[in-house]
Design a binder for this molecule. Structure first.
Ligand code: TMP
Length: 216
């Protein structure tokens, strides 16, 4: 069962806008690093020089003409680069990769939000992932209206500006993942205080029973 090319662990974090994923990832990385575990944190879209340039196009509110199909292909392009440049080498080196959004975000945002359909997104994700499937995906669940309130006065980006109906479809897709029965998905209560969310995440990680998590 042990894959020699995959000694590490890949944990991904998903959820609607404003669900506090970055704070959670920082807190969890600190807990793992305090135990001396090798952690790599990264994000999508982005995480590589190429991916960060793609991200700036994807989130630019001055490009409203960007089509759903183009958006999907750019998300997947950033992912293909991240997998090959960061994720696969880190897994081969036995590191714990914490990734802020990953393939499931395309299922939720482009498949459901943009209504491009699941089959198309799955096929493109397969191509981008090259087998680098997550070991665990933590779903930070927060209703869209609550997430919007967390933006404060900041200018919303191109996706944050989307309609309430779009964000409801995204949220429904994440809820469906949480209820799918697939053990890879674990739901977190994103309304809990940050320290409580880290504790919830740690409990889910322990469930993986991986050597890299001994003593966590
Ligand atoms: P962030 O706000 O969590 O950094 O994510 C950037 C935005 O990109 C967020 O609105 C979700 C969106 N996104 C997609 O629409 N599809 C994807 O595949 C990914 C990775 C992100």
């Amino acid at each position: 069962m042990a894959d020699p090319a995959r000694r590490g662990l890949l944990v991904t974090f998903e959820g609607p806008e404003g669900s506090g994923k970055s704070t959670l990832i920082r807190g969890l990385a600190e807990r793992l690093e305090a135990l001396g575990r090798p952690v790599v944190t990264t994000r999508e879209p982005g995480g590589t020089p190429v991916g960060e340039r793609i991200r700036s196009v994807l989130l630019d509110p001055s490009l409203p003409e960007l089509r759903p199909e183009t958006e999907l292909l750019l998300m997947v392009a950033s992912r293909a680069q991240l997998v090959r440049e960061v994720v696969l080498p880190a897994l081969a080196a036995g590191r714990i990769v914490l990734c802020d959004r990953y393939a499931d975000a395309s299922v939720a945002y482009q498949g459901a939000g943009r209504e491009l359909g699941r089959a198309r997104v799955d096929a493109l994700n397969d191509f981008a992932l090259a087998g680098a499937a997550p070991d665990l995906t933590l779903l930070c669940l927060l209703p869209p209206a609550a997430g919007r309130r967390r933006f404060g006065d900041r200018e919303p980006d191109r996706l944050e500006r989307e309609s309430a109906a779009f964000h409801e479809r995204v949220y429904a897709a994440y809820l469906a993942m949480a209820g799918s029965g697939d053990p890879r998905f674990r739901a977190l209560d994103a309304t809990a205080p940050p320290a409580g969310q880290v504790d919830q995440a740690v409990a889910h990680l322990r469930g993986l029973e991986h050597d890299l998590l001994a003593g966590l």
